[in-house]
Design a protein around this ligand. Sequence first.
Ligand code: NAD
Length: 482
Amino acid sequence: MNLNQTLPICIAGRWRLGQGDRYATLYPATGEAVAYLNAASLDDVEEAIQGADVAFRTSGWAQRKPHERAAVLYRVAQLIRERGEELAQLQRLDNGKPITETRNLVGSAAATFQFFAAACETLEETITPSRGDNLTMSVYEPMGVIAAITPWNSPIASEAQKMAPALAAGNAVVVKPAEVTPLMALELARICEEAGVPKGLISVLPGKGSVIGDAITLHPLVRRVSFTGGTSTGKHIAHIAADKMMPVSLELGGKSPTMVFEDADLDHAVAGVLYGIFSSSGESCIAGSRLFVGHGIYDTFMERLAAGAAALRVGDPADERTQVGPLITARHRESIESYVALGIEDGGRLRTGGMRPQGAQFDRGNYYLPTIIEDVRNDQRICQEEIFGPVLVAMPFSDENDLIEQANDSVYALAAGIWTRDYKKAWRFGRAVQAGNVWINTYKQFSISTPFGGWRDSGLGREKGRLGILQYMEQKSLYWGM
Ligand code: NAD
């Protein structure tokens, strides 16, 4: 990617300047411009979707044998790996995550393409059951134009999670990355084309969600929206989808409880809780942001946790030793600061953090220290609303029935963490906690073969997993007269 020129965007295989407003993407660590581009215009949206529909119907991609589509997607995975370091550095500039994290995200994008290439090949074997005297066949057909709308916090991984299965299923994909982080989606589109995905099947349309995202969602030729982002945006998209009778999948927000029991391995639990909330600067839908600690170990545990949080290395995302990078934008940091102020106003007590780090090296970036707030109640706003930053609220518990009620007392139900040596307790709480993803003596452990998603306000549908490809296909039953 040549960052010295205004970047072209991808409109149904044509790489040209968008017709919307020109803007710069900024490096969160310094506020400097990384790239200039023009957002997509509404005319660009129309051209991209019409072009995607034509490519879907005429490129022959959907008619290729699954192993032929798979071969192209394996090549995408290979190209991502070959260019891994370059992509990881670009993503660091795009959203300011530490380089060690962006390398993982790039690796995960490659693994996702590889996995859905394999899923596409094996799907062929599942479509021909027959019954009784008559032959019936249940087959899956691609849907047409799929919209992939993604947030700024894990670009490339979020985009791969939608593009790989949608393409594997034979569809065209229109990607709408977050306005502030468009670079990885653009690179991924280039890589897909280089690997042999027919031109026109992929578009990347950066721009404002309320304009470009809305126009894409509303377009009659868009047959499915796969959305990752905030809950209010997800609900808005769900309303449009209901009117269009269009399936959607929604990966939304969270306020995930982590429960540390008195019999937990404390070294392990301290490290896991710190990682669960402060990795990615807390800008993670699954951040373990509500902590419940057994009364008997509360003081010891919190002392160790606060010391661990204060010792985390906040700083330059290019530095291999950095554990907590800057936040995405200055505005987002202000929102986090106002949440911390609210928590304190409501009676919370700062255990650590609660401010910007001091020092000239932090002056230009959107840095904020890992923050822990105690003396809060689960029903307060600081414990109920998603902050999406490095802020942990902590509460002691003494009654296990009360604990599960509090853990489940949230509109969100995306993830949960349990730390205990007692496997029966882990089982009991693992079943009782309401969440799409529960980690036991670990946190943020992922597997591409395991379905991922949330309950209630955390979303609808599941991504990943072998059957994740089916959400991008329509089922059809064929009945044969004999
Ligand atoms: P957001 O909802 O503001 O934006 C997400 C995407 O939707 C962006 O591309 C945006 O431009 C677009 N968008 C905004 N308004 C739109 C509209 N009216 N129509 C169509 N598209 C629109 O969210 P964000 O601030 O970018 O991301 C943070 C949120 O994402 C957090 O709530 C976080 O929990 C959530 N998230 C969830 C998951 C998950 O897997 N559950 C993963 C990552 C992030």
